[in-house]
Design a protein around this ligand. Structure first.
Ligand SMILES: NC(=O)C1=CN([C@@H]2O[C@H](COP(=O)(O)OP(=O)(O)OC[C@H]3O[C@@H](n4cnc5c(N)ncnc54)[C@H](O)[C@@H]3O)[C@@H](O)[C@H]2O)C=CC1
Ligand SMILES: O=C(O)[C@@H]1CCC=N1
Length: 271
């Protein structure tokens, strides 16, 4: 793995850095530019990586990961613009389009846009990646190696698909936690101790996802196997349908996808 510089050392950067180190990258081959002193201290203590307060101190390794919030990206990119040569820039910022980032970076073309998710923290993430047609195979495989260190990867060949990836798997862990919280609360409402309800809800999510992954069966088939005619699941699922949960999930993904596109529009208008 090449030496890597991260600009922004928050949640997602820490997750990816953890994965890179676990898969063999030397901590001293990773530098992080992070404005927040607590975040810098945590990164050094946890991973032993090199940290800097601002960009002017950074060496800028050939592989650069932009991991600041989308709203901070125009400013960060402008500060980077004069310092880039053959660098490969990997952006994880939601919504920000390659063409806009390229412009902010002063016409830099070696960019791969990606959308990871927080299970990266436990190396069980999934990331969507997009590169413009002009980005060569070597750059694509370097970007892919970064994200593979924290989970699976899928490539999309149309950048607009990253809005859907963002809505399904980028934001997706939040929907899953919402469902887990709701299942736990419902168990408590039925008289279970909170700890027991949490254990049941969490292991059920983990077990069902593992079963679906390992069996390779259609989720709908696995669902039917749980659902005995005239039994309890049938009643539970009917209540979910009556409450419009499936439609609600569709609306959540649609709203998140729209917001991803909007972020691109809003910030893309900046010079
Ligand atoms: N949290 C998530 O689930 C996911 C987030 N993303 C994207 O990842 C990016 C980072 O998100 P998080 O890690 O959640 O945010 P975060 O807020 O935890 O991390 C951003 C970090 O950047 C630092 N920062 C701000 N301005 C800076 C500057 N000029 N130079 C250096 N550091 C600076 C902040 O102090 C902060 O520690 C965002 O663009 C977000 O859209 C992508 C996938 C999933
Ligand atoms: O909420 C957000 O905007 C970011 C992108 C995907 C997950 N978190």
């Amino acid at each position: 793995m090449h030496k890597v510089s991260f600009i922004g050392g928050g949640n997602m950067a820490a997750a990816i850095i953890g994965g890179l180190i676990a898969s063999g990258t030397q901590p001293t081959d990773i530098e992080v530019v992070e404005v927040n002193a607590d975040a810098r201290a945590q990164l050094s203590a946890r991973f032993g990586v090199v940290t800097h307060t601002d960009l002017s101190q950074a060496r800028l390794h050939p592989l650069l990961v932009l991991a600041v919030k989308p709203q901070s990206l125009p400013e960060v990119a402008a500060a980077l613009a004069t310092r880039l040569a053959g660098h490969l820039v990997v952006s994880i910022a939601a919504g920000i389009r390659v063409a806009d980032l390229a412009r902010w970076l002063g016409g830099h073309a070696r960019i791969v846009r990606t959308m990871p998710n927080t299970p990266a923290l436990v190396r069980a993430g999934i990331s969507g990646l997009y590169a413009s047609p002009g980005v060569d195979a070597d750059a694509r495989s370097q970007a892919e190696a970064i994200l593979r260190a924290v989970g699976g990867v899928v490539w999309v060949d149309d950048e607009t698909r990253l809005d859907a990836v963002t809505a399904v798997s980028g934001s997706g862990p939040a929907y899953v936690f919402y469902f887990i919280e709701s299942l736990e609360a419902a168990g408590v409402a039925q008289g279970l101790p909170a700890e027991t309800a949490r254990q049941l809800a969490l292991q059920t999510f983990f077990g069902a996802a593992k079963l679906a992954l390992e069996s390779g069966e259609e989720p709908a088939v696995l669902r039917q196997r749980v659902t005995s005619k005239g039994g309890t699941t049938e009643r539970g699922l009917a209540a979910l349908d009556a409450a419009g949960v499936r439609a609600g999930i569709g609306q959540a993904v649609e709203a998140a996808s729209r917001r991803s596109a909007e972020l691109g529009d809003e910030l893309g208008r900046l010079a």
